[in-house]
Design a protein around this ligand. Structure first.
Ligand code: SF4
Ligand code: SF4
Length: 226
């Protein structure tokens, strides 16, 4: 999921400085799990904006805000409230904000959250970064632990010179990702393979990680296998 944090309220007010009337959009998926843009946070934001003198014309929390067609359908159901607003405030990740903006040609649309990383939910309220979407996944070489996302330097061929006693030089309280990789390699019987990969000079293909990327495919019809 996409981990998000809420922007400071002063920043949100500054973004909305030219908008007296605001319509708020949340997200029922990642931002709900992060407790940054679910029903509860949308209601709290409505109250804070009203206390700050704004008028909130309406709110909606789509199931998955980045699903643009569904979000557009929901916003059409509240067309009057959306049209009445001077701006939309979106409590969703950056992708969700842009999906909403694409449904509203002439309505200023602002983010209420910061998108911080693609996360594993270790448990409720504890998220950790695990993938930076490099477009050429090397998890198969490194026992399903990503050295790019989980090492501050993205070290691909073993630990850097700052590695000490299994700990990371950037944060001595944390294990170096290479400690985790080698321990798991041993446990899963892949140590020789991982060591061979570490000592190889084969370069990773970063060329494929260009932006913006897009994917187009023919969606599968219900009940049919490809
Ligand atoms: S190698 Fe790491 S950053 Fe790249 S796709 Fe795999 S998990 Fe994501
Ligand atoms: S000690 Fe390990 S995790 Fe820390 S920066 Fe160096 S290689 Fe990366």
């Amino acid at each position: 999921m996409i981990a998000t944090t809420q922007k400071p309220f002063e920043e949100i007010l500054s973004l909305l400085q030219d908008a007296q009337k605001v319509f708020i959009v949340g997200c029922g998926d990642c931002a709900t799990q992060c407790e940054t843009g679910g029903e509860v946070e949308v209601a709290a934001m409505k109250q804070k904006l009203e206390e700050a003198g704004k008028t909130v014309t309406g709110t909606v929390v789509p199931d998955v805000t980045c699903n643009m067609l569904d979000t557009a359908r929901l916003l059409r159901k509240q067309k009057g409230e959306v049209q009445d607003a001077d701006a939309l405030l979106v409590l969703a990740c950056g992708t969700g904000v842009q999906a909403v903006a694409q449904t509203q040609e002439s309505k200023p649309t602002f983010p209420g959250l910061n998108s911080v990383f693609s996360a594993i939910t270790e448990r409720k309220g504890q998220l950790s970064e695990a993938c930076v979407m490099c477009s050429d996944c090397v998890l198969g070489d490194y026992v399903a632990i990503c050295p790019i996302a989980r090492c501050p330097k993205g070290q691909l061929h073993g630990p850097c010179g700052g590695y000490d006693n299994g700990k990371c030089e950037v944060d001595r309280d944390k294990d170096c990702v290479w400690t985790l990789i080698l321990e798991r390699a041993e446990k899963t019987g892949q140590l020789d393979k991982v060591l061979a990969k570490i000592s190889s000079t084969e370069a990773k293909n970063y060329e494929v990680n260009k932006h913006p990327q897009s994917l187009a495919f023919e969606p599968r019809r219900a009940g049919k296998l490809r």
